[in-house]
Design a protein. Sequence first.
Length: 290
Amino acid sequence: MNNNKGFTLLEIMIATGILAFLSLGINSIVSSTADTKDEVTKEDRAYLQVYTALNRMEVDITQIYSPLYFTVREKTLDQLEGEARAAGSSFNRDTYDNPGLSYQGSEKYPAISRTGEPIGAIVNDDKSTLIFSTMSNRRKLQDSKESRFAWVKYSLGSISKDEDLKGDDLVRNFTAIDPYSKEFDWESTESQVLLQNVKSLTFEFFDKEKEKWVDKISETGLDKDTPRAVKVKLVWINDSENEIEFERVFRPLWPYFDTLDDEKERQKALKGDGQDAGGKGGLGGDDKDE
């Protein structure tokens, strides 16, 4: 007698229903995981753009250049003559032949250092704009007519023509061609949008004497040409229209030298050798902020 029995129709229907239920659950989990992955990837991509913009600023600011990091500002003839009169000594302008004192300042380089190098301006007209000279340029093509020295401008603007944007663009202007030209010409440089949807951008500078952060680099006294620390505050609006604040502190890579004390020691050494540091052919050092 054959006792082999197959599944009944009811058992097959129950098994099919259970399988369908499990398939729906698995499909829901897979779909949810895929959606989460896409959302996280999209969010990470947006945050990556923020960090990339901040890292670009770090490279430029940490390599900011000024000869006043290792020397002092050259004195003018008026300053030298005033010091000579205050000391009760004579001063003859006609015999003072230091070529540095004939330097004509410009918008980019308003003064010259004791070593004869022009001193680049650091422009901070408002809280969201910063212009400075940097050594961060790297030639992409060998023997290209570019210098390692370059001028950089960071600011907020409206370069992107996207009506859906809730904020401004973080714009970087950069030029390494003829860095020693007299005037700025930002209109002829390409504007690079580092980040969109920026609500605000603020630069602050550390004042060593006051031991606090100030809004204008001109308020830092002796360090107005040689910033020691720059704080960047950036408020960014994400796709969910949430405002997220980022804060970074960048320090130039230059080691700290007390150039004023170094210059005093140099002047003493010259006097000890019987040389007149303020006379013919001499170089007169000056305070950095005068």
